[in-house]
Design a protein around this ligand. Structure first.
Ligand SMILES: C[S@@+](CC[C@H](N)C(=O)[O-])C[C@H]1O[C@@H](n2cnc3c(N)ncnc32)[C@H](O)[C@@H]1O
Length: 277
């Protein structure tokens, strides 16, 4: 295991602060509470998808949730009842998440960077170098016997902060390089998920839509051209009713959820390698 950060009450590592993760997580938590009603259908769909995936596992064993964040979409109580051990992973865990899991002795919070590249990306950016070359396929937890692995709305988020940090530091990179870096981190995450022997449940946004009522004014893909396998269920996440994110538009995410991410299909597809730009 490399580059694994473990801390509980310790100060936040500098690279996470510089890259804006502490602020980002607090903002996410605050937005989730402001938008509780708008988010409710998405939260309910995500939670029930995760529990459906949990039903495919035996009534013991271990569950791993990647990107647990403020726990909006994580049915902590139900997972704690179904599994002997539940590990919730995020870069940081806010006090509210810590306090929410305290009553479940079999639920553990782990602080770590699931890409394993953030610290290197931070160091390269600080010396004015490009982010490329930091990508690598993670191998965390692969041999830890998890029966259920949940990637909880994290896939599209992985490159955002390092890319924003590099841009704030005026590290100029051609858009195709930024896209290739972003895409690589997401592909590495999917390769990692597909390498677990257990059941993999994936929830990710596919597209961001700016809407005027029911009319879509503009849309942008979330996954840099990555085509996910068929078999997911789709729904809309009312991420930011106006003026939450945009003063004139409601912002929605088109989300896909897989009760069982088709690992073989993904790995076979990857053997053919999609173009990276
Ligand atoms: C959209 S949020 C989803 C949060 C959570 N699933 C929920 O609904 O409450 C994405 C989460 O991914 C986490 N994250 C982003 N990059 C990460 C990384 N490299 N390693 C671990 N967690 C990361 C963020 O801190 C954030 O909590």
């Amino acid at each position: 295991m490399w580059n694994r950060i473990r801390y509980l009450a310790m100060p936040v590592p500098r690279y996470l602060r510089d890259m804006g993760y502490t602020r980002g997580l607090k903002r996410l938590d605050a937005r989730g509470r402001r938008c509780e009603v708008a988010w409710a259908p998405h939260v309910a769909r995500s939670r029930s998808l995760i529990l459906e995936a949990a039903d495919r596992c035996g009534r013991s064993g271990k569950a791993l949730v990647l990107g647990s964040g403020p726990l909006f979409d994580v049915p902590v109580k139900e997972l704690s009842e179904r599994f002997q051990e539940v590990v919730l992973v995020d870069l940081l865990h806010l006090w509210r998440a810590r306090s929410a899991v305290r009553r479940y002795p079999n639920v553990r919070l782990e602080c770590m960077d699931v890409t394993g590249v953030l610290e290197d990306a931070h160091a390269l950016t600080r010396i004015g170098q490009a982010l490329e070359g930091t990508e690598r396929t993670p191998d965390f937890f692969l041999e830890d016997g998890f029966d259920l692995i949940v990637s909880a709305n994290i896939l599209s988020q992985l490159p955002l902060a390092p890319v924003r940090y590099a841009s704030r530091k005026r590290n100029r990179a051609e858009p195709w390089r930024v896209r290739a870096f972003s895409r690589r981190l997401a592909v590495d995450h999917l390769d990692w998920l597909a390498s677990f022997p257990g059941h993999v449940c994936l929830i990710s946004d596919l597209e961001r839509l700016f809407c005027d009522g029911e009319d879509v004014v503009s849309r942008g893909e979330s996954l840099w051209g990555i085509a996910l396998p068929e078999g997911g269920r789709e729904w809309m996440w009312e991420l930011g009713p106006k003026p939450e994110i945009d003063p004139r538009h409601d912002v929605r995410h088109r989300v896909v959820g897989y009760v069982e991410f088709p690992k073989e299909v993904w790995l076979e597809r990857e053997a053919g390698r999609q173009p990276s730009s």
